[in-house]
Design a protein around this ligand. Sequence first.
Ligand SMILES: C[S@@+](CC[C@H](N)C(=O)[O-])C[C@H]1O[C@@H](n2cnc3c(N)ncnc32)[C@H](O)[C@@H]1O
Length: 246
Amino acid sequence: MALQTDLSTRRIPPGEPTSGFAWDDRVETWEQVAGSPVFGRLAEAVVEHAAPAGDDRVVDLGAGTGLLTLALAPRVEHVVAVDASRAMLARLNEHARRAELGNVTPLLADLRSLPLADETATLVVSNYAFHHLDDRSKELALSEARRVLAPGGRLVVCDMMFTLSLAARDRAIIASKVRLLARRGPAGLVRIARNAYRILRGRWEQPAPPERWQRMLHDRHFSAVELELLEAEAGIVVARRPEREP
Ligand SMILES: C[S@@+](CC[C@H](N)C(=O)[O-])C[C@H]1O[C@@H](n2cnc3c(N)ncnc32)[C@H](O)[C@@H]1O
């Protein structure tokens, strides 16, 4: 049975930028990132933690061009790939068609207001989408994820998990990003300056640190919350919607 979509629940129009990025213009650049060995390993980590089963009904939040959706679809009943960018979803759809995956539904929607019926998914996944949402939007998206999950359903989110702080891990992550860009020469230096400007204007991506992830999930009454730090700035959280409401 496919996930029930309920278009009447849509409250935030799709496409409204949440991080200043116009994702419709970034399909090609993103395909390069998503095709990199690092992102391949992150997707593998999500799939491993998700332990997909043949009867899973999956929602992929911020699915982009389909890194997780395409990995999961052959192993589950159905995947709804949610994204606010029409162009990203069009590319995802093309990949799904070429791979002859008949169980993928692209859904143009905002993560903060999912047009999906309550308790219809058994697994919600996401990769590198949440840091494009501010803290309040992350909380809304997590509440939506919990609402669409059936009792006992699993949540697996991989994202940047750090913050601009002086803590040792955060400092090391920021220094390695700056070094990587600086090695690219003038173009990299321009990126550093542009990123610094965006941070000052408050238009930077907004990754949450591990402790905030744990708090957001506990506050939304997810159970069995586990967090693992992965390579570079990445982290993965796994949680469940409890069988019974607290
Ligand atoms: C960095 S890409 C990650 C794509 C994919 N998950 C992957 O790992 O390749 C982030 C995606 O999140 C989507 N996104 C950002 N904010 C969103 C929002 N508020 N609602 C829905 N999608 C959003 C963007 O359109 C983009 O496709």
